[in-house]
Design a protein around this ligand. Structure first.
Ligand code: SF4
Length: 548
């Protein structure tokens, strides 16, 4: 019979506190750090199946008190370099020049990079090809699209081949009838004549080829489009769908634009403009939109109204779907927006009702994305449920003044522009943190701005929402933007509201992390993230979930 002192470490259960922390505290380590290290080592031992002693042997030595991290403000922190080797649009150089009409795009779901981008690409190629000399066009025999990287790996689940074909036959994302895309899914053998000069070339889904998923591509979402005359290439272009529906091509240079009234590269500079001019981030953004794009205030607001209305429409449309509706694809996922909305409205606790209906709004818009219906990139298709839920809640439930929501849309755009400028909006580059994380951050800024929060509170809300998505991977099950994407939009919306609630109730000047620092962390995390978790469906839930 053994007494307690005789029991060896590896005979004890993992929850036995005596197994976790030895009694002697090493010199140079305070008790709190010592206990924490002991707990971490014990947890690691439980997870990796080693004894605690084996795990401790490979654990890093404890830092002495004098070696602890420098206290901010006492020692300068080395600047963390931005991820210059990410394939982001402007690589963070120069002032932000993006405009709302480039950023908020209406198009068919389910993915801005895998649906809207490819459709814009083939539509662009179709327009280029149509300009070729008539004698060249007379010899043309075939149009061919090749998809590479993530476009090839998960394109089937995103309807990339249907979107690419639609662009080739002259359809644009903002005006395409989603029923046309549905018909390509239901009748995949359809053949369409494409008129190029006097020549008519037949195209079908067979002309869109799922090519290599791995290779040395300039961007993970690479595709080529060719016009052929037999084996001769009449025109070929390599394109990149770089996230959020933005497209580039080999040799791309950003278009020349007018200088902004208030040039800024960072949130710090943007906020300085607002504070120095005793105005809001939204008003600074409005002035820049007008100067960069050469538009009047009325024109800028007219476009924003179009986007707001489209967001409201997508939530309404999603909520109106039957509770028994099943989304397209092999997951056979039931729609849940209408059920969640109805049941949440019956909740006897007001706070639970609020969280429930906000989630339902996000589910509704995101399910519309899953159906391939029209959605708005804010910033992407996968995250298309996040901002519409906040816009719908503010306008339709709380009856917030429309001008305040317009201001919120401009502040949200600033957040999206900065993330695009210094990091990425593409899950193929940065995982889900770049989609839902940025959408949540934009939505937090939208809510704060709509409620007239000072610029620092807008920044803090956006920072907080983005911070708590860092590291989030992209692993859509079966390559369909449904699981985890649809519920993830609801969580992105709720986190956005939480970020706004914290930012508007804390003492703003005590908020410890700046938005620019978190964007740097987003870029660095994107760079370090294992490629399996960047919209390839080769890891995570995409591997662990069994479809039957
Ligand atoms: S997991 Fe996130 S990033 Fe990936 S497709 Fe879904 S919503 Fe987009």
């Amino acid at each position: 019979m053994s007494n307690r002192e005789d029991v060896r470490d590896d005979d004890r259960g993992p929850l036995d506190p005596s197994a976790q922390v030895p009694s002697e505290i090493p010199a140079g380590l305070d008790r709190r750090k010592f206990i924490m290290r002991g707990a971490v080592i014990s947890a690691a031992a439980v997870m990796n199946g080693c004894t605690r002693a084996e795990t401790e042997r490979i654990a890093p030595p404890p830092a002495a008190a004098s070696e602890s991290a420098p206290v901010q403000g006492l020692a300068p922190k080395p600047a963390v370099p931005l991820a210059a080797d990410l394939n982001v649009v402007k690589k963070g150089s120069g002032p932000v020049l993006t405009t709302v009409d480039e950023f908020y795009k209406v198009g068919p779901g389910p993915s801005s990079s895998h649906t809207i981008g490819p459709m814009r690409i083939t539509y662009d190629f179709y327009q280029q090809a149509a300009k070729l000399p008539a004698d060249k066009l007379a010899t043309a025999t075939k149009l061919q699209v090749n998809l590479f990287g993530s476009l090839s790996a998960t394109g089937k689940g995103h309807g990339t081949e249907r979107a690419a074909l639609a662009g080739l036959v002259g359809k644009e994302p903002a005006t395409v009838d989603p029923l046309f895309l549905d018909s390509l899914r239901d009748k995949p053998d359809q053949v369409f004549p494409v008129k190029l000069g006097n020549k008519s070339i037949d195209v079908s889904l067979k002309d869109v080829i799922y090519d290599a998923t791995k290779g040395d591509f300039k961007h993970p979402n690479t595709m080529t489009v060719k016009l052929l005359a037999g084996n001769d290439v009449l025109l070929e272009q390599e394109y990149y769908s770089v996230g959020g529906g933005f497209i580039e091509w080999k040799g791309y240079t950003p278009p020349k634009k007018n200088p902004p009234t208030y040039p800024f590269r960072t949130m710090k500079e943007l906020r300085a403009h607002a504070d120095n001019n005793k105005t809001t981030i939204a008003k600074i953004m409005l002035a820049n939109e007008m100067s960069i794009a050469g538009r009047s205030e009325a024109e800028v607001y007219a476009f924003i109204d179009k986007i707001i209305n489209a967001m409201v429409a997508t939530v309404k449309s999603g909520l109106s779907m039957s509770e028994d509706d099943v989304l397209p694809g092999p997951i056979k996922l039931h729609s849940k927006a209408a059920s969640v909305y109805k049941r949440a409205m019956d909740d006897k606790y007001q706070a639970d009702r609020g969280i429930g209906v906000l989630s339902a709004f996000a589910l509704a818009a995101s399910e519309e994305n899953g159906r391939g219906h029209l959605v708005i990139t804010a910033p992407t298709g996968g995250s298309a449920g996040v901002m519409p839920s906040i816009v719908y809640g503010l306008l339709e439930v709380r009856k917030v003044d429309r001008q305040k929501v317009r201001d919120g849309m401009l502040a949200a755009a600033a957040i999206g522009y900065l993330c695009k400028h210094h990091a990425t909006l593409s899950a193929a580059e940065g995982g889900c943190q770049a989609e839902i994380g940025v959408a949540s951050s934009m939505s937090a800024a939208l809510a704060a701005s709509a409620y007239d929060a000072p610029s620092l509170v807008v920044e803090n809300a956006a920072e907080s929402a983005l911070e708590h998505h860092l590291g989030m991977t992209c692993d859509p099950v079966a390559g369909y933007v449904q699981v985890p994407c649809i519920e993830r939009c609801a969580f992105g919306a709720v986190k956005a509201w939480t970020a706004y609630a914290i930012a508007s109730n804390e003492i703003a000047s005590r908020h410890r992390v700046g938005f620019d620092e978190t964007v740097t962390a987003l870029a660095e995390t994107a760079k370090d993230m294992n490629a399996k978790y960047k919209e390839t469906s080769e890891a995570g839930l995409a591997q662990s979930v069994t479809l039957c």
